[in-house]
Design a protein around this ligand. Structure first.
Ligand code: HAM
Length: 424
């Protein structure tokens, strides 16, 4: 017997029913983006490896263990993109977008790749919708981004989402804080988990994320970054908070909020849902004022977020209602009329009506059964007599129709069917 193939680990097929739910999320996000002046950008699914090493940071889990990296045939190191912000900053610099009116507001939708241990809500190929506002350090940009995401969740009727908000300060503040934190962790080395101890120098902030009980106890008294913010950073953070207050967006200030990417400065945030279990973050982001400069551009402040589409689907927690599209079926009583049915179906499709015909040589009864299975509302039947009948499957009513007037005005046929469908 021939081998059967299966999905690669950590991946999934999106079947038609779920495609509808995804399309709805993308549509809602697209509308919000358009209203706030965000334009779509699409970058390649892979980039030069060094972009992520520099941008995301060598000490992060993403770069250390989760990237799909390989050499291409020319011996260049290539990585399937694990996230979208570094590629967008690369594009901003490469296309000289600093010459455009600032800030530049961009959004993206597409697949991302991380070699993580798969579980519910965590995949090796997943989809993100993301937004980036590049070229301003105004706290209004941070607030605008957060409010937009909050509104997206409301539109998708996702309830029970909590917003965690923090500030990491500037790179210098973080540097000074980091030294103090490393010293504190060293003093309590004996109580820390092996993993945290091993990475004290590489990534001390991750100690706040640890599940290990000993580490958690130590972290309760660890110095906090929010207490080290300089006055500019503190003012910036205060303004973000007050704009969220004004917009009625609720948040919890979380001084221990750290994110798995190194580029963040000042505001960081994370939307979490209890419905999601271990992988509770639906989306998150923050400000990354140093990234573009680090990637070879001029000093350019920026902020953004990304949501995981699969996690949004989980948080929605119910199948999205399928759009109730009007479907028409064209049946034939006599095989010799199949070309006529084909022509009528093509005509209906041109007017924008979803139309199906039988491709399998079914009997008339078989065609009716098929029309029912695909959820057709109306059935045109080319009868033996040469006449055409139209049956409304909902009301069960059937009548003869003369299609000749519609040949001149095909749009009228669409209107005719729409009117019938509303009256029934
Ligand atoms: P991130 O937190 O790494 O941020 O990812 C954003 C979202 O992608 C997460 O909140 C989660 O919903 C989803 N996600 C991440 N990994 C997986 C996975 N393995 N399976 C399923 N979903 C996943 C970023 O990527 C930043 N680029 C966000 C950003 C934009 N910051 C500023 N601008």
């Amino acid at each position: 017997m021939a081998d059967r193939y299966q999905l690669p680990r950590g991946t999934f097929d999106v079947l038609p029913d779920e495609s509808n739910a995804r399309a709805r999320i993308e549509r809602s996000a697209g509308q919000l983006f358009a209203r706030a002046g965000f334009e779509r950008i699409t970058t390649p699914a892979f980039e030069e490896t060094a972009l992520f090493e520099r941008g995301v940071g060598r000490s992060t889990d993403i770069v250390q263990k989760e990237m799909f990296t390989f050499d291409d045939k020319g011996g260049r190191s290539i990585t399937l993109r694990p996230e979208g912000t570094a590629p967008i900053c690369r594009a901003y610099v490469e296309h000289g977008m600093k010459k455009l009116a600032q800030p530049v507001r961009l959004y993206y939708i597409g697949p991302f790749f991380r070699h993580e241990r798969p579980q519910a809500g965590r995949y090796r190929q997943f989809n993100q919708i993301g937004a980036e506002t590049i070229g301003t350090d105004s706290p209004m940009a941070d607030a605008e981004l957060i409010i937009m995401l909050d509104e997206l969740f409301a539109r998708l009727r996702i309830s029970g989402v909590r917003l965690r908000l923090g500030s990491l300060g500037s790179l210098e503040t973080r540097h000074g804080y980091r030294e103090r934190l490393v010293a504190y962790l060293r003093r309590h080395k004996a109580q820390l988990s092996d993993d945290v101890r091993r990475r004290i120098d590489l990534n001390p902030l991750r100690a706040f994320d640890s599940d290990d009980p000993g580490t958690r106890r130590v972290m309760q008294n660890a110095p906090l970054l929010v207490d080290s913010l300089d006055s500019d950073d503190a003012t910036h953070f205060g303004e973000v908070c007050s704009m969220l207050d004004e917009a009625g967006v609720r948040y919890d200030i979380d001084p221990t909020l750290v994110r798995g990417l190194d580029y963040y400065t000042r505001t960081v945030f994370s939307f979490v849902s209890a419905k999601l279990g271990a992988q509770s973050e639906i989306g998150g982001g923050g400000r990354y004022d140093g990234l573009i400069e680090q990637l070879g551009g001029g000093a350019t402040p920026a902020a953004g977020w990304a949501i995981g589409v699969e996690r949004v689907l989980l948080a929605m927690g119910r199948p999205v209602r399928l759009s109730r599209r009007l479907v028409v079926f064209v049946a034939v009583a006599n095989d010799r009329d199949r070309r006529g049915a084909f022509r009528l179906a093509a005509q209906l499709r041109r007017t924008g009506i979803t139309t199906q015909i039988d491709l399998g040589g079914r009997s008339l009864k078989g065609q009716f059964r098929h029309a029912e299975r695909i959820g057709a509302r109306f059935i045109f039947t080319l009868e033996e007599s040469g006449e055409v009948s139209l049956r409304d499957r909902r009301s069960g009513e059937s009548h003869q129709v003369d299609l000749t007037p519609f040949e001149e005005e095909p749009k009228e046929l669409r209107k005719y069917l729409r009117d019938l469908s509303h009256s029934g």
